[in-house]
Design a protein around this ligand. Structure first.
Ligand SMILES: NC(=O)c1ccc[n+]([C@@H]2O[C@H](COP(=O)([O-])OP(=O)(O)OC[C@H]3O[C@@H](n4cnc5c(N)ncnc54)[C@H](OP(=O)(O)O)[C@@H]3O)[C@@H](O)[C@H]2O)c1
Length: 241
């Protein structure tokens, strides 16, 4: 994957900013989503950012970019189609866990809500959809988590965005607010391994967020409508400032 040099990135950001595009973020209250919002406000590249979620967030006022909030009921998403109207770019960092929601609840959020949102965004004029999936996503996997992630990746391909970026991070490193004991242990071990081999098993959420923001200002790669960023690609792109 071609990664811009800092000077090139600066120019790309400036020409992108001049286009005055708008975006929405799904999952901005989550660990990656909040970093993405912070990144987009720190390096303003959009004229407006809309957060679409099930609750309103307490935010500090942004100096450069107006932030709108749309509270929706994901179970009745068609009634909230207006929230998805008129955005150029859509970021999706939505997701739950089987531990939290059970198997059915996990499928409902990570597949149904995500796909339905993508469909409404496309109908509303969105051209570039950016999905946070996972390392190992595979529609034919015997593991529910990886299978659901692979299926939703594929179904969104069929939605037909002009450009579709699939991010496949490994274990996310962050100081998670929510208690997830299994992930906590994994993060401690992987955080140590990351000193030796930073790109293999894990990636900080700030790096994922920066890679997403950097990706959208770059032209699509090799005229490909669908681009997949594996964990090493995310590290490479997310480490350019
Ligand atoms: N954890 C990992 O190591 C890992 C690794 C690779 C990929 N991923 C994937 O990366 C994505 C983002 O992960 P993350 O850890 O940054 O997310 P997170 O902190 O768990 O946040 C998830 C977001 O989804 C929203 N959400 C969850 N359940 C919902 C529901 N029933 N209805 C509406 N909104 C709901 C949350 O809203 P509220 O704040 O309102 O709950 C929050 O904004 C997920 O798809 C995850 O599967 C995770």
């Amino acid at each position: 994957m071609a990664v811009p040099k800092p000077e090139e990135l600066k120019n790309l950001r400036e020409s992108f900013r001049a286009k005055k595009q708008t975006c929405f973020i799904l999952g901005a209250s989550g660990e990656t989503g909040k970093e993405l919002l912070a990144e987009i406000l720190r390096e303003p590249i959009f004229s407006t950012v809309t957060l679409i979620g099930r609750r309103k967030l307490d935010l500090e006022e942004s100096l450069h970019t107006p932030v709108k909030q749309e509270v929706v009921d994901f179970e009745k998403l068609d009634e909230f189609s207006a929230a998805f109207q008129g955005h150029d770019v859509g970021f999706c960092c939505l997701g739950t866990t089987k531990a939290k929601a059970g198997d059915d609840g996990f499928v409902r959020v990570d597949h149904d809500y995500v796909l339905h949102s993508a469909e409404l965004a496309k109908a509303g004029g969105c051209r570039h959809f950016v999905l946070q999936s996972t390392k190992g996503a595979d529609a034919s996997s015997s593991f529910l988590y990886l299978r659901v992630k692979g299926k939703v990746e594929n179904r969104i391909k069929a939605v037909g965005f002009d450009r579709y970026s699939i991010f496949r991070p490994a274990v996310l490193l962050c100081d998670r607010r929510e208690s997830r004991p299994g992930e906590w242990v994994a993060r401690k071990v992987l955080g140590a391994i990351a000193y030796v081999c930073p790109t293999f098993y894990s990636v900080p959420t700030v790096t994922v967020a920066r890679a997403m923001a950097n990706d959208v200002v770059m032209p699509g790669r090799d005229n490909q409508k669908v681009e997949i960023l594996e964990n090493a690609d995310i590290h490479a792109l997310g480490n350019v400032k």
